[in-house]
Design a protein around this ligand. Structure first.
Ligand code: MF3
Ligand code: CO
Ligand code: CO
Length: 256
């Protein structure tokens, strides 16, 4: 368990990578409409990262994953594989998760998209899950504990009668995509590792309408809820500053 502390030069590079990742999510938004395929969205993101950003899509070839984005619809929790035959329909909720490498440094982020007109119960899941991420970000500062992050998420999710997925977590990030520490999305205040200036990690809560249990499909990647009810996820890459936190993957639509 060696947690790397990034210096200002390194954080400046992560700022650039994070900004690029956020811009992929902004670029793709107008294309997330009923009738679009997740394969088409993936190709648009790949072309944008490689041709426009002159950056590297980190997911391609990562542990055998072949695509640029993870596209996770409705009951899919995470790691959905883009497919030209998977057509978005009115009322779907979709997570797009993308990681960009620029100058050797990573930016990892995801957001939920409402496809056409969605049911209120799905809109509420998406909104509360984003609130979970924001409440978690609010507790991040030197001297706080990783357990404070998990607690903030678990508290908000469960008070809304949702459950927190425990099988996947956030992670340290830098010149390595997934590094220590693990960032659990559940926990108790004051427990776990103390947060220090210069740490960089993601928070990426996955929140379920039903039970917390997951199953992985036979493609070896797609993770779905065991009970078939819907799940949502939002992710940001963060850097811990001297007195708080900087959201490296902030989008223009966000006021953070
Ligand atoms: N971006 C995901 C995360 O938040 C990991 C995706 S790995 C992949 O950590 F191989 F599925 F792309
Ligand atoms: Co991600
Ligand atoms: Co991540």
């Amino acid at each position: 368990m060696k947690i790397s502390i990034k210096n200002n030069t390194q954080i400046q590079k992560m700022r650039i990578a994070g900004k690029l990742a956020s811009e992929v999510l902004e670029m793709i938004e107008p294309f997330v409409i009923p009738g679009a395929s997740t394969g088409e969205l993936d190709k648009r993101c790949f072309d944008y990262i490689t041709d426009v950003q002159k950056a590297i899509p980190a997911n391609v070839g990562y542990r055998g994953f072949e695509k640029t984005i993870c596209s996770s619809i409705n009951q899919v929790i995470c790691h959905g594989i883009p497919d030209n035959n998977r057509i978005l329909k009115d009322g779907d909720i979709l997570n797009i998760d993308v990681t960009v490498i620029k100058d050797g440094w990573h930016g990892d982020t995801s957001k939920m998209y409402l496809v056409g007109k969605c049911k209120p119960h799905n809109e509420r899941l998406v909104k509360v899950t984003q609130e979970c991420l924001y409440k978690a970000i609010e507790v991040v500062k030197p001297g706080a504990y990783l357990g404070d992050i998990g607690h903030a998420i678990q508290q908000h999710a469960e008070s809304n009668y949702y459950s927190v997925v425990e099988d996947y977590c956030g992670h340290g990030i830098g010149d390595i995509y997934h590094e220590d520490p693990q960032i659990l999305h559940y926990g108790k205040p004051g427990r776990g590792i103390e947060i220090k200036e210069g740490m960089c990690f993601t928070i990426e809560p996955m929140i379920n309408q039903g039970s917390k249990y997951c199953k992985t499909l036979r493609d070896g990647w797609t993770v779905e809820t065991k009970d078939g009810r819907n799940s949502a996820q939002w992710e940001h890459t963060l850097a811990v500053t001297s007195n708080g936190v900087e959201v490296l993957t902030k989008r223009l639509e966000e006021s953070l």
